[in-house]
Design a protein around this ligand. Structure first.
Ligand code: GDP
Ligand code: IMO
Ligand code: MG
Length: 425
């Protein structure tokens, strides 16, 4: 086995960071393949918490080369600050490599992200305001600037002048805002960013293939999640990249034949930040309880996350979209105190029972969950490490999900710590 993908199966924040870190122990390289610093991946090691935004989750191991692939959008100022923070905590970031083909997030992208959201008013997407959408838009429009462009000052200045002139027109004419000074931006980045980032910028496609050819284990770490995917998610309430497993091929430069294993990360319930449909969302005391016990507030933005019960039809779709070979279920411990635990097994759409995700989004908006209610286990799971030790009701819950979704659950999270998990298979 050489290549594994870790992918979020819901609307993000499933605990990808924790399980990427755990699975990474056996790997030699961890590659982020899409997204940017809209991600917030939390690792808790020996009681110390690390909130990673751009740096891949394998960074805490000395034997791992962390790689940021071509599919990621990089704010270099944020990346350097994150590396500084990690270095101050004793983490060695010298092995980090970033694709020269990764597109750069500039301050005008963040400004546009904020202005577009404001302009949308009540129809806003609830983005992280990190400039993700505008940067991917520039990439698709072929006016984006890649990290490698910054290594050629003449090209960098030229490209920046062209694109900043266009952005300034947009800022002035549409949003009545002051623009940016392309030369000042170029000077600043060439002076403050390029000298520090240069040793990390690399041909990451070559690095990944050299590792694979040498028989090493490579892990691709997805950010965001399946239902935030721009093609397969709840458009327009999505991010601007392809978090699904196929995105790893594009965003890192490998073909599908290299991938042997796809681990879907799912929370034992569902959360979502930002706008968009969410059939099992709870507006009652159970929702508040999930949020409180699960500490469901954004790692980055601090926004409260919307909470609801586990949704099987969504997971069946995630299995299809990502060819999941297994599921790692996180935060089972958050359900410890519930008398009963509900699972949405199908939707009622206009009086009809539907077991898969409806193709038309209006139907998804109208979907009423059909629940099965299982007994809770009413026990603290945080100290368990063996499947056989788990209370019978917790085992029943996991077996029920496996039977409903049709894919084995192989790992179960019982707490935020690196060691708090149970091998379930
Ligand atoms: P990611 O974006 O998918 O990496 O997830 P986040 O880090 O944004 O959010 C997941 C949160 O749950 C983090 O605070 C983790 O430390 C925490 N977490 C992960 N797995 C578990 C688990 O099994 N139990 C508990 N209680 N917390 C967990
Ligand atoms: P991780 O990797 C949860 C959501 C935002 C918003 C939508 C678009 O930590 O799971 P964007 O800034 O990407 O244009 O916002 O996507 N979103 C996330 N939600 N976890 C994330 O990342 C997210 N990254 C983006 O809240 O609804
Ligand atoms: Mg997160």
């Amino acid at each position: 086995m050489t290549a594994t993908i870790v992918v979020g199966t819901q609307w993000g924040d499933e605990g990808k960071g924790k399980f990427t870190d755990l699975i990474a122990k056996e790997m030699t390289m961890v590659v982020r393949y899409q997204g940017g610093h809209n991600a917030g991946h939390t690792l808790v090691v020996d009681g110390e918490s690390f909130a990673l935004q751009l740096v891949p989750s394998g960074v805490l191991y000395d034997h791992i080369v962390p790689v940021i692939g071509n599919g990621v959008v990089v704010d270099p100022v944020v990346l350097l600050a994150e590396m500084d923070k990690l270095t101050a905590k004793g983490v060695d970031c010298s092995r980090l490599r970033v694709s020269g083909n990764a597109h750069v997030i500039f301050p005008y992208h963040q400004e546009l992200d904020r202005l577009i959201e404001r302009h949308l008013g009540k129809n806003k997407l609830g983005t992280t305001k990190r400039g993700i959408g505008p940067t991917y838009a520039d990439k698709a429009a072929r006016v984006g600037i890649r990290l490698q462009d910054m290594l050629d000052p003449k090209i960098f200045r030229e490209k920046l002048r062209v694109v900043v002139a266009e952005k300034n027109l947009m800022l002035a004419k549409i949003y009545n805002r002051l623009g940016f000074d392309a030369d000042e931006l170029a000077d600043r980045y060439l002076e403050e960013v390029v000298p520090r980032l240069r040793p990390h910028i690399a041909d990451t496609v070559a690095l990944v293939h050299e590792a694979i050819e040498a028989g090493q284990q490579v892990l691709f770490e997805g950010a965001q999640a399946t239902f935030l995917d721009i093609d397969h998610g709840t458009y327009p309430f999505v991010t601007s990249s392809n978090p699904v497993a196929g995105g790893a091929c594009v965003g890192a430069g490998v073909g599908p034949r290299h991938i042997d294993r796809v681990v879907g990360i799912a929370k034992a319930y569902v959360t979502r930040v930002g706008s968009g449909p969410f059939p099992t969302e709870l507006f009652d005391a159970d929702g508040d309880k999930l949020r409180d016990i699960g500490r469901e507030y954004g790692t980055n933005t601090g926004r409260p996350r919307r909470c609801g019960w586990f949704d099987v039809p969504m997971m069946r779709q995630a299995v299809r979209l990502n060819s999941l070979s297994e599921i790692a279920l996180t935060k089972l411990d958050i359900l410890d105190t519930f008398d009963t635990v509900k699972v949405c097994v199908a939707y009622d759409i206009g009086g009809e029972r539907v077991e898969h995700l409806p193709y038309h989004q209006s139907d998804f908006h109208a979907a009423v969950p059909i629940y099965e209610e299982l007994p809770g286990w009413k026990q603290d799971l945080s100290a368990f490490t063996q499947r056989a030790q788990l209370p019978a009701e917790a085992q029943r819950y996991l077996e029920f999900l496996e039977a409903q979704v049709g894919v084995p659950i192989t790992l179960v999270g019982t707490g935020p710590g690196r060691d708090q998990f149970v091998h379930f298979s």
